[in-house]
Each structure stands twice: as structure tokens, then as C-alpha cells.
Design a protein around this ligand. Structure first.
Ligand code: AP5
Ligand code: MG
Length: 198
């Protein structure tokens, strides 16, 4: 299996690039943000709880998102690999993910981190907020809070995977196509190696 974490701050292009990566390589896309927004749209108890955190730019509790990911892994037995987008976001989530994958006799292959300046991130999110309907995109204070939470709680996840030499930085500014090419060049060798092993 090839299990990639697409990492980076809010607005760095994880969702945009994930769509292209799953099209090209056939990985299963697991976005905790999308899963949570679906729970909110469906007005489930989980969605109602999650919304109060998301609207403020805070993280949803670890046990909630870890449970969601466990369910998704279970639903996709036989997948050739996963693309994790917006997860793990804390070291506790990373450790839980490592354990969930180990139980399934697999592991994270690579963490690819998109690097984008803070000014560009804020501009992208405010621009998207004009049309997305995402309540966490319209208020600049909530956007700043999301970026602060990222620096404090999420960045250590990159260090967690750097310890085992699995971390790569990718320039996240430029055209969507250029960035996709850099990401695809990193992922392709692992897909080819996995195919040979089959
Ligand atoms: P989540 O949905 O994961 O959002 P995020 O990480 O804050 O980031 P975004 O989805 O806003 O940005 P993105 O990196 O996907 O970029 P995108 O491609 O959209 O999380 C939302 C909330 O849910 C969290 O705050 C938290 O409360 C909760 N949550 C989610 N996961 C959780 C977890 N694991 N634990 C706890 N809580 C969790 O692009 C952004 C914009 O830029 C778009 O408009 C796009 O068109 C544009 N764009 C993309 N690429 C380019 C480019 N190259 N040039 C110019 N513009 C570009
Ligand atoms: Mg996203």
C-alpha cells in the first residue's frame, strides 16, 4: 500500500491537489475537514459538536476524528492506498494513525508538506470565503486563529515523521499544475514499486 499524508497550513492547497492526486493514482482520499462538513450538513450529533469548534478555528477533539478515520479505513479494505488530507493534525492523531495502520500491516509511506507564505494563505482563504459558504473563511480573526493552531499543534506532526525520514517539503506557490507535477514526481516511484510487489 502507498499511504501519503498531504500536509500544510489552511489554504495551502491540500484539497485542490488531493483531487488531482486521487484521479492520477487511484488512492482513497480521506479529508477529515470534508467528513466533518458532511456531518454538519447532515445535522448529526457529531456534526453539531464539531461545528462549535470549527466556527472558532479550533481543532475538533482528537477522539472524534480518530474514530472517523478508523471507520473509513475499515470501509476501504483492499484499497491500494490512502491520501490523508487535513489529518493527522496533532501528534496524538499521528500516533493513533500509526497504530491503526500497523494493525492493518501497513504504514505511512511519505508526508508531503506544502509550503506557502502566510500572506498568500490569508489572501487565498478570504477570496474563497466570498463564495464557499464556509463560515471559517469569512472572518480574518478565525483565519488567523486557524494559522496559529496549525503552528502550535499541527506543525509538530511533520517533525514526528521527519524522525523516520519520511518528510518532504514541496513549494506550494505557483500554478496548480506545477505544484501537482512536483507532488506526482514524489508519489510516482512509490506507486511503481507497489505495483511491482503485487
Ligand atoms: P480543513 O477542511 O482540513 O481545512 P484547512 O486545513 O483549514 O484547510 P483548507 O481546506 O481551508 O485548505 P486546503 O489546504 O485544503 O486548500 P484548498 O485546496 O482548499 O479543516 C477545517 C476545520 O475542520 C479545522 O479548522 C478543524 O476545526 C476541523 N478539522 C479538520 N480536520 C481535523 C483534524 N484532523 N483534527 C481536528 N480538527 C479537524 O485551497 C484553498 C484556496 O486556495 C482555494 O480557494 C483554492 O482554489 C486556492 N488555491 C489552491 N491552490 C492554489 C494555487 N496554487 N494558487 C492560487 N490559489 C490556489
Ligand atoms: Mg481542505
Amino acid at each position: 500500500m502507498v499511504n501519503i499524508i498531504l500536509f500544510g497550513p489552511p489554504g495551502s492547497g491540500k484539497g485542490t491537489q488531493s483531487d488531482k492526486i486521487v484521479d492520477q493514482f487511484g488512492l482513497v482520499h480521506l479529508s477529515t475537514g470534508n467528513l466533518l462538513r458532511q456531518e454538519i450538513a447532515d445535522k448529526t450529533p457529531l456534526g453539531i459538536e464539531a461545528r462549535s469548534f470549527m466556527d472558532k478555528g479550533q481543532l475538533v477533539p482528537d477522539e472524534v476524528v480518530i474514530g472517523m478515520i478508523d471507520t473509513c479505513l475499515e470501509k476501504n479494505i483492499g484499497a491500494k492506498g490512502f491520501l490523508f488530507d487535513g489529518f493527522p493534525r496533532t501528534v496524538a492523531q499521528a500516533e493513533a494513525l500509526d497504530n491503526l495502520l500497523k494493525l492493518r500491516k501497513t504504514a505511512i509511506t511519505r508526508l508531503l508538506a506544502l509550503e506557502v507564505s502566510e500572506e498568500e494563505l490569508v489572501n487565498r482563504l478570504l477570496k474563497r470565503g466570498e463564495t464557499s459558504g464556509r463560515s471559517d473563511d469569512t472572518d480574518v480573526h478565525v483565519i488567523r486563529k486557524r494559522l496559529l493552531v496549525y503552528r502550535n499543534e499541527t506543525e509538530p506532526v511533520a517533525a514526528h515523521y521527519a524522525k523516520t525520514g519520511k518528510h518532504d517539503n514541496i513549494k506550494g506557490e505557483g500554478s496548480v499544475e506545477e505544484i501537482f507535477e512536483s507532488l506526482a514526481a514524489r508519489i510516482r516511484p512509490y506507486m511503481e514499486a507497489a505495483r511491482v510487489e503485487e
